[in-house]
Write a protein that binds this ligand. Structure first.
Ligand code: ADP
Length: 181
């Protein structure tokens, strides 16, 4: 792929259940440039990049160094959506846009219940959403002008958010043409 056609790297983050994967899938379909969607949690699992499983929190601990090493060449190619519930470990230079999805906590609770999460895990995630943990993390890890907070509570939000990101991609591509041309 030439540098001219290289797509952006977009991080879609947010508390589990806020709609990252749903947004990433639709965005990959609607983007004007090819975007490879990586559900980082799943991707790490498939490659056995986990160090341990925490029984208490029913979650895996990822080997961050190996994860970053394996993602680096894909990031260098560009045209990527990184979909994960955390973003601070990704180097600042990787991201062209960081989207933080937000959801009303009652709705989030229902989504996580439907997913079959244990009560403790639902409570923990719900609290994290109320405390804006992921938003704070994104804001402290990336420049303010590339971090966007978007509401993800209904299909109207989903469609308008993806349309907005598509608009952003068009503008990003135009800027790049100016730079390379
Ligand atoms: P995440 O990847 O952040 O864990 P998902 O994309 O898997 O979240 O979404 C969790 C659930 O919530 C799914 O059933 C999805 O259909 C629903 N959902 C997420 N975002 C929206 C939205 N904006 N409107 C309606 N349903 C949504």
């Amino acid at each position: 792929m030439s540098t001219q056609t290289k797509g952006p790297v977009i991080i879609i983050t947010g508390t589990p259940g806020t709609g990252k994967t749903t947004h990433a899938q639709l965005l990959a379909e609607e983007s004007p440039v090819p975007l490879k969607h990586i559900n980082v949690g799943q991707w790490a699992k498939e490659r056995d990049l986990y160090e341990s499983y925490d029984e208490e929190w029913q979650s895996h601990t990822v080997d961050e160094d190996r994860l970053l090493d394996e993602l680096e060449p894909l990031v260098a190619e560009g045209g990527l959506i990184l979909d994960w519930h955390t973003c601070e470990l990704f180097p600042e230079r990787w991201a062209d846009l960081v989207v933080v999805l937000r959801c009303d906590h009652t709705q989030l609770w229902e989504r996580l219940e439907k997913r079959g999460y244990a009560l403790k895990k639902i409570q923990e995630n719900n609290e994290a959403e109320i405390m804006e943990v992921v938003l704070d993390e994104a804001r402290s890890s990336y420049p303010a002008d590339i971090v966007v907070e978007l509401k993800s509570e209904g299909t109207d939000d989903l469609e308008s958010n993806v349309a907005r990101i598509v608009q952003w991609i068009h503008a990003w591509l135009k800027d790049r043409e100016k730079i390379s041309g």
